[in-house]
Write a protein that binds this ligand. Structure first.
Ligand SMILES: Nc1nc2c(c(=O)[nH]1)N[C@H]1C(S)=C(S)[C@@H](COP(=O)(O)O)O[C@H]1N2
Ligand SMILES: [Mo]
Length: 370
């Protein structure tokens, strides 16, 4: 498609407000949820999430790529534009990093009202070992102009959002793009990237919410002005309303999640466990910061006790926590909350915003002890 706007009106979902006010989900939300799976929370057991269990978020379609013909273009305000084949990228210095990735919309479906979009509860997270070559060295080789302010990353996947026909595009400031941990990744958990995770090459920006890590890279451009594309200005903002620009969504906020204890009721997923000692466990992460503390409450947040912390899986990944609980018969609401290394703590109440981003309020797990 040559045009970049469409006049086509697509049918409204729900009452047309863009929000849902009940616990009933629309078929459009189910359709997105089936395409973009989450990590079952028992997957928190694994320090490195098996690739088939890692969450997925794909705005449009997974693009078809012919790896032989594919080239990564590095262009814009550079003195030596590059077009690199996958083999050439794989021959460059490689780094493998364990990185916890979380979608900025994780927790969106828990907001009231909820934005009609990808309806995550808490499962849009995972940690993989990504192998790739550092972006900074490639940019240096291309020779950045002194006027360069940002680097723009464009994917091969095309779709329509807000009437704009677009390729998925995000930018980073030059200083963020030049950080040593930013990778152009071609492998996940030691295997070539699966199509759904960005084959043949994706950006990986540790510490940032997932939208920054552009998949199916087509080109990287150095620009002199802040990039004002749809995915920068019209979405991924902490805004109060459609007219409010708000602040950009950037780094991952502190969060702890719990492996649901006991056994589930098939349909409702309600948890049932036996009275007596039980180890509650999970993982916690804080984007670029470390996690300094995890606390557990077994009485819906009335009182809190410190959990034990395991070493982080890597400098860019989650760390395990565990807590011994002597479960007494009855109904209990379990909570875990993390504090980051700067003292930031997860809120108990939702911090509502228009797009449904960054909802790191404390998780509650209802259990029935028999
Ligand atoms: N090209 C492209 N890159 C993309 C996306 C996309 O739709 N297209 N989704 C982004 C979002 S919102 C997230 S959360 C992460 C998800 O990465 P994963 O599917 O590998 O977990 O990819 C990001 N990169
Ligand atoms: Mo996302």
């Amino acid at each position: 498609m040559e045009r970049n706007r469409t006049e086509t009106q697509f049918p409204a979902v729900g009452d047309g407000s863009g929000f849902a006010h009940t616990d009933s989900f629309y078929k459009e939300e189910l359709q997105l949820a089936l395409r973009n799976r989450g990590m079952p929370l028992e997957g928190l057991r694994y320090p490195i999430t098996p690739a088939g269990m890692h969450y997925l978020l794909i705005h449009y379609d997974i693009p078809e790529v012919n790896p032989g013909a594919w080239r990564l273009k590095i262009a814009g305000r550079v003195s030596r534009p590059l077009a690199l084949a996958l083999d050439e990228i794989r021959k460059r210095p490689a780094r493998t990093l364990a990185v916890t990735l979380e979608c900025a919309g994780n927790g969106r479906a828990l907001f009231a009202p909820r934005r009609i979009s990808q309806p995550w509860f808490l499962e849009a997270v995972g940690t993989a070992e990504w192998t790739g070559t550092p972006l900074c060295a490639l940019l240096e080789e291309a020779g950045l102009g002194r006027e360069v302010a940002e680097i723009v990353f464009t994917g091969l996947d095309q779709g329509i959002e807000g009437s704009e026909v677009q390729y998925y595009q995000r930018s980073l400031s030059l200083s963020e793009a030049m950080r040593e941990e930013v990778l152009l990744a071609y492998a996940m958990n030691g295997e070539p990237l699966p199509p759904q995770h960005g084959f043949p090459l994706r950006l990986l920006v540790p510490g940032w919410y997932g939208m920054t890590s552009v998949k199916w890279l087509d080109r990287i451009e150095a620009v002199a002005e802040p990039f004002q594309g749809f995915q920068m200005l019209r979405t991924y903002r902490y805004a109060r309303s459609a007219d409010d620009l708000g602040e950009p969504v950037t780094l991952i906020r502190v969060r702890a999640l719990m492996i649901p204890p006991g056994i589930p009721d098939f349909l409702t997923r309600a948890r049932v466990l036996e009275a007596g000692p039980v180890t509650l466990a999970g993982r916690a992460w804080a984007g670029r910061l470390g996690v300094s503390r995890v606390e557990v409450s077994v009485n819906a947040g009335v009182t809190w006790s410190d959990a034990e912390l395991a070493e982080p899986v890597s400098a860019h990944a989650w760390r395990g926590w565990s807590f011994r609980w002597n479960a007494s018969p009855g109904r209990h609401t379990l909570c875990a909350r993390a504090t980051d290394s700067e003292g930031g703590v997860q809120p108990r109440e939702e911090q509502w915003n228009f797009g449904g981003y960054g909802n790191n309020m404390v998780q509650q797990v209802d259990v029935i002890v028999e």
